[in-house]
Design a protein around this ligand. Structure first.
Ligand SMILES: [Mg+2]
Length: 110
């Protein structure tokens, strides 16, 4: 199983918690990737990866989706964990305009 976890406002909410969760997932034999809309990794993500490395002894990949829909970049993910689900299907730039505004209105009634 492949699990993609967002970084900003997801992992950053509790880096120590996510490091442990990622280590458990990895030790169960599943694949974890960090899927971020960022264009560059940044020292904060690099530092987080080192934390995870200290627990599982290998480096997890970081996929930079550069504001594009994450599903367009990573097509083989089984489970997405993200504070902004529309970014998975529509990307960040795409969500500043239609059709995301209409999608947001549609889901606001749910
Ligand atoms: Mg996020």
């Amino acid at each position: 199983m492949k699990i993609a976890i967002d970084y900003d406002d997801t992992i950053t909410k509790s880096e120590s918690m996510w490091a442990v969760i990622i280590s458990i997932i990895a030790k169960e034999g599943h694949e974890v990737v960090i899927a971020t809309a960022r264009e560059y990794e940044g020292s904060d993500i690099a530092s987080f990866r080192k934390k995870v490395y200290s627990l599982i002894a290998y480096d997890i990949p970081v996929i930079l989706t550069r504001h594009f829909p994450k599903m367009d970049i990573l097509q083989d993910v089984d489970i997405w964990i993200d504070d902004f689900p529309l970014g998975i299907t529509h990307g960040i730039v795409g969500c500043m305009y239609e059709p995301c505004d209409s999608v947001k209105k549609d889901i606001s009634n749910v």
